[in-house]
Design a protein around this ligand. Structure first.
Ligand SMILES: [Fe+2]
Ligand SMILES: [Fe+2]
Length: 475
C-alpha cells in the first residue's frame, strides 16, 4: 500500500525530505496558501470541527480516514499515484517511446500552460462557493460543501507541486499567481469564464458540482493519459476525489427534485406560483438552471476547432478520454470528425480533421456522461407519477466559445432569430426573478437531522453515519 507520510510539515508520498529545493519552495508557498484560505476559503468557518475525509493512501483500494478537523488544519499535501517505471507513451507522434519523467524543453511552455489552467480552476471554485456555508440547508450538506472545498484546495497543491518541481523559477511565479487571481475580479480574474461566474445559491452549487466538476473529471482524465508521467500520476489521484464532488451535485439536485415532486403531489398542482408559495423550486426553474450550467460548462472544452488541441495531442501532452481503451491508431492523422456549423440560418454538420476537433471529441464524451445523471433525476420525477422530464439542452444552445459563439439556438437545437430568442429566453435561462426566488429560500439550517423545506433528506449519511449525525461541531 502506498501511504502518505503525515508526520512531515507537508504531508506527501514523494520523499519530499530528500528534495531540499522543492521542500524549500513549497514551504515558502504554504503560508501564502494558508493566508489565501483564510481570506477566500469558506466564510466564518475556520473554527468549526468538520467531519472530513482525509486520504491516507493513494492506491486504488486506498482508504480514507474520517474524523472531525478544523479546515485550516486539513492535511493538504503532495500525493501521487504510484508510478510504473516502464510506462510507454500510448498516443501521438511519440507513441511507444518511454514516458517522460522530466519536461522536454520543446513542450515546456505548453505543459506549463495546461497545468496553470487546470490549477487555476481549483482555488476559483472555492472562491465561488465561499459564502454558501452561511445558507446551508443542513449540516449534512454543509459538511459536503466543506469536503469539496478542502479537496479543491488540495488539487491546487497538486498543480503547484508540478510547477515547483519541474518549472523552476517561472513555476514558482505561477504558483504565486494562482493565489493572487480572484474569481469574478475585474482586474485579475480567474482564467476560465465559468470560474468567474457566481455560485450564489445551493441549487447553483449542486448544478455546478454535477456539471462543472464533471468537466474537471474529463480534463483530468485527458491529462491522466499524458506522456509527462508526473502529471499523469498526479491527476489520477485527483480523480479519486472528484467522484465525490459529482455525487454531491447529482444527489443534491435529485433531492431538490424529490422534495418538489412530493409537494406537487400533496397540493395536486404543477403551477409554479403555488409551488413557490409552498417554498419549493418548481421543475421549470430547475430546467432553466440546468440549461445555464450545462451550456456554460461545455464552453470550458474550448473552441470546436483548435490547432492547440491538435498540438497537445500529437506531442503527447493531453490524450483523449479513456485513450487507452480505444482501438484506433492513437495518432489520428487523416481522420475526420463532425462538428457543427451554421449555414444559411441552419445548423449543419461538417467534417473536419479529427486532430483539430479534439476539444469537440472531449466535449461529446462529456455530454454522453452528463446525460446519465439527468436520466436518474427523471426517474425520481417518474416515480412520483409526474409527467415532466428534464433534458440537457442542445449543444449549440447559449454558447460563447467557438463557431457557435453568439449564434441563437433554442434548447431543442433550432436556429432562431434575435426576436424569437428575446421572446423565449425567459423560458430557457434563469431570470432575475428565478434567482431572487431561489435566493429567498436560502436560510441556514444547522440542527442535526433537520433539512430546509426545499430539499429532501439524503437516503444515507456520510461514511455510514446516521443522517442526523453531528457532522459539524460549531465553535
Ligand atoms: Fe478539483
Ligand atoms: Fe472538484
Amino acid at each position: 500500500m502506498s501511504s502518505i507520510n503525515y508526520s512531515e510539515k507537508i504531508p506527501n508520498n514523494v520523499n519530499l525530505s530528500e528534495d531540499r529545493t522543492l521542500q524549500r519552495a513549497l514551504e515558502q508557498w504554504q503560508p501564502n496558501y494558508l493566508q489565501w484560505w483564510d481570506d477566500m476559503g469558506p466564510e466564518g468557518s475556520q473554527n468549526f470541527d468538520v467531519y472530513l475525509r482525509t486520504a491516507v493512501s493513494v492506491d486504488p483500494q486506498g482508504w480514507a480516514q474520517f474524523g472531525h478537523v478544523k479546515m485550516p488544519d486539513y492535511r493538504w499535501g503532495i500525493f501521487l499515484n504510484p508510478g510504473d517505471k516502464d510506462r510507454k507513451i500510448h498516443f501521438g507522434d511519440h507513441l511507444g517511446e518511454p514516458a517522460w519523467q522530466e519536461v522536454p524543453g520543446e513542450h515546456r511552455a505548453n505543459l506549463r500552460r495546461i497545468i496553470v489552467t487546470q490549477g487555476d480552476t481549483e482555488p476559483a471554485s472555492v472562491e465561488q462557493q465561499r459564502h454558501l456555508g452561511l445558507t446551508c440547508p443542513s449540516q449534512y450538506d454543509l459538511r459536503n460543501l466543506f469536503q469539496v472545498n478542502v479537496e479543491e484546495g488540495r488539487h491546487l497543491w497538486a498543480m503547484v507541486y508540478l510547477l515547483h518541481k519541474y518549472f523552476g523559477r517561472d513555476g514558482r511565479e505561477e504558483g504565486e499567481a494562482l493565489l493572487e487571481r480572484r474569481s469574478g475580479n475585474v482586474d485579475n480574474p480567474r482564467i476560465l469564464q465559468a470560474f468567474n461566474e457566481k455560485t450564489p445559491d445551493w441549487l447553483s452549487f449542486f448544478m455546478f458540482t454535477y456539471f462543472t466538476d464533471r468537466d474537471g473529471k474529463f480534463q483530468l482524465c485527458a491529462l491522466a493519459e499524458s506522456s509527462f508521467d508526473p502529471l499523469a500520476r498526479t491527476t489520477k489521484f485527483m480523480l479519486t476525489e472528484e467522484a465525490h464532488h459529482m455525487f454531491v451535485g447529482e444527489s443534491g439536485v435529485g433531492r431538490v427534485i424529490q422534495r418538489t415532486c412530493q409537494v406537487m403531489n400533496e397540493l395536486k398542482t404543477d403551477d409554479p406560483a403555488r409551488l413557490r408559495a409552498a417554498g419549493v423550486i418548481d421543475l421549470p426553474t430547475i430546467q432553466r438552471y440546468l440549461n445555464f450550467h450545462f451550456s456554460v460548462t461545455i464552453d470550458l472544452f474550448g473552441a470546436d476547432q483548435s490547432s492547440n488541441a491538435a498540438i497537445f495531442y500529437s506531442s503527447g501532452l493531453k490524450g483523449r478520454y479513456e485513450e487507452g481503451k480505444r482501438s484506433d491508431d492513437h495518432i489520428l492523422k487523416g481522420q475526420s470528425y463532425k462538428v457543427l456549423d451554421v449555414q444559411g440560418g441552419m445548423l449543419v454538420e461538417k467534417d473536419v480533421p479529427m486532430l483539430n476537433a479534439l476539444n469537440e471529441v472531449l466535449r461529446d464524451d462529456y455530454i454522453k456522461d452528463s446525460v446519465g445523471g439527468v436520466e436518474r433525476w427523471n426517474k425520481v420525477i417518474e416515480k412520483a407519477g409526474i409527467p415532466f422530464r428534464l433534458k440537457v439542452p442542445h449543444k449549440a444552445f447559449h454558447r460563447q466559445i467557438g463557431t457557435l459563439a453568439g449564434v441563437k439556438v433554442s434548447p431543442e437545437g433550432h436556429h432562431v432569430t434575435d426576436h424569437e430568442w428575446n421572446a423565449k429566453v425567459e423560458e430557457w435561462l434563469p431570470t432575475d426573478t428565478d434567482r431572487a426566488f431561489v435566493a429567498s429560500l436560502m436560510g441556514r439550517v444547522v440542527e442535526p437531522g433537520k433539512f430546509a423545506n426545499w430539499i429532501a433528506p439524503p437516503a444515507l449519511g456520510i461514511n455510514r453515519q446516521p443522517v442526523d449525525f453531528e457532522y459539524i461541531r460549531f465553535a
